[in-house]
Design a protein around this ligand. Structure first.
Ligand SMILES: *Cc1c(COP(=O)(O)O)cnc(C)c1O
Length: 398
């Protein structure tokens, strides 16, 4: 399809009067999801009861959904498993990577990574207890920090705060030249930018599905392992759903001979069904068209906001080739400003300490939305409409 066939707003239930610039954090409700979830709950669970594992084929749903995510991230069929949360998948990929380089002790990430990735690495180090070290140089220094002491490089491609992108190909090549295992976190990439996992050759990739893929709050995560290594990957969390024959009920663990070995326990069927339905919106979509449309939207946004609000400092890369599908501005009163915007129907979000973040999702946004949002941002900033006590109370979720 061509970019002119975007957006596909008619495939989403977007509330009237809202310009949603937060689909990078929680995608909106795709049409058909309410019916699908209702059907799974009322008909499949309600009437079929436990038979539904077979009659509604719940048992193969994790694989079916994985095989729909694979083409969106440039991965071959059968190489993507779904389930659990991204934090768990980071832990699993990292644990497997460290086993592949038993003589090395360094985990290399960067200080721009999402906190949970770093916390999971720290927690894993505590469990293993063998002088492992987590290094977190600044994102721009991480390339030069890759050397032959590094066991695993764990990076998030698109920085959640600024949208700055690592180049997956060059970083993976350097990691491999140094003999390290490469793990990419695609949380802000899947459904946002074209990804060629096969081409870049990384051993592992992980990501979540409630951001650009619109799978709903708490939707299951995904994990990719390069097909040629999977039979030697040691799952850190050896659950029965990763066993070669779960219903043989063997006393010993024998991992499946596919990416399925990276599954853990019983899959969340209702949530997976919702994700399966949400993925319909991606049918026939070329990620190159999404990328082109995303750049058009974000460039227009930067120009429009820049012209209206000289006091907002762009913290995303100015070159669209270096940024993902989001634009962030630093502003001292960013939290209050975002609350004032939400009050006026422009939904973005705030990331500590001072970042106003806006995501661009060409499936359901067009240039008119972006210009209108910029106008409202201009009114809020220029008129200091954020300077109101009701916008200063910080909620638990920002
Ligand atoms: C959103 C995000 C997460 C969230 O992990 P959950 O386990 O799904 O809560 C983790 N890592 C990155 C890089 C993210 O952007």
């Amino acid at each position: 399809m061509t970019a002119s066939k975007l957006p596909r707003k008619h495939l989403f239930n977007l509330p009237e009067g809202v310009i949603y610039l937060d689909g990078n954090s929680l995608g909106p409700l795709p049409k058909g999801v309410i019916e699908r979830a209702g059907h799974v709950i009322a008909e499949e669970w309600g009437r079929e009861l436990i038979k539904a594992w077979n009659t509604a084929d719940w048992i193969s749903l994790p694989q079916r959904v994985g095989s729909r995510i694979a083409p969106l991230i440039g991965a071959p069929a059968g190489s993507v498993a779904t389930g659990d949360t991204l934090s768990i998948k980071v832990y699993q990929a990292l644990a497997a990577a460290l086993k592949m380089r038993p003589e090395r002790r360094i985990i290399l990430s960067d200080s721009g990574n999402f906190p949970t990735d770093l916390y999971m690495a720290g927690g894993l180090i505590d469990v293993i207890g063998k002088n492992y070290e987590l290094r977190t140089p600044a994102p721009e220094d991480v390339f030069d920090a890759i050397d032959d002491t590094v066991a695993a490089v764990l990076l998030t491609q698109v920085d959640y705060r600024t949208g700055r992108m690592h180049d997956m190909n060059t970083v993976t090549r350097k990691a491999h030249e140094a003999g390290a295992v490469m793990i990419w976190d695609l949380a802000h990439s899947a459904g946002a930018v074209p990804i060629d996992l096969s081409g870049c050759g990384a051993e592992f990739a992980v990501g979540c599905t409630y951001k650009y893929l619109n799978g709903g709050p708490g939707a299951p995560a995904f994990i990719y392992a390069r097909p040629d290594i999977i039979e030697n990957v040691k799952p850190a969390l050896a659950g029965w759903m990763g066993h070669d024959a779960p219903f043989a009920m063997e006393l010993g663990y024998r991992p499946a001979m596919s990416t399925e070995r990276l599954r853990v326990g019983t899959p969340p069927i209702v949530q997976l069904s919702i994700l399966d339905q949400a993925l319909d919106a991606w049918e026939g979509v070329d990620m190159a068209d999404i990328r082109a449309a995303s750049i058009t939207l974000s460039e227009r946004f930067i120009a429009e906001v820049g012209a209206r609000c000289p006091g907002l400092a762009l913290v995303s890369p100015r070159d669209p080739a270096l940024r993902g599908s989001q634009v962030s501005f630093a502003f001292e009163h960013g939290y209050a400003a975002i609350q004032a915007l939400i009050d006026r129907g422009v939904i973005g979000d705030f990331r500590a300490p001072n970042i106003m973040r806006f995501g661009f999702t060409p499936l359901y946004l067009d240039e008119d939305d972006v210009v209108r949002a910029a106008e409202i941002i201009g009114e809020v900033i220029d008129g200091q409409l954020w300077d109101d006590a009701k916008y200063r109370t910080v909620s638990r979720v920002t």
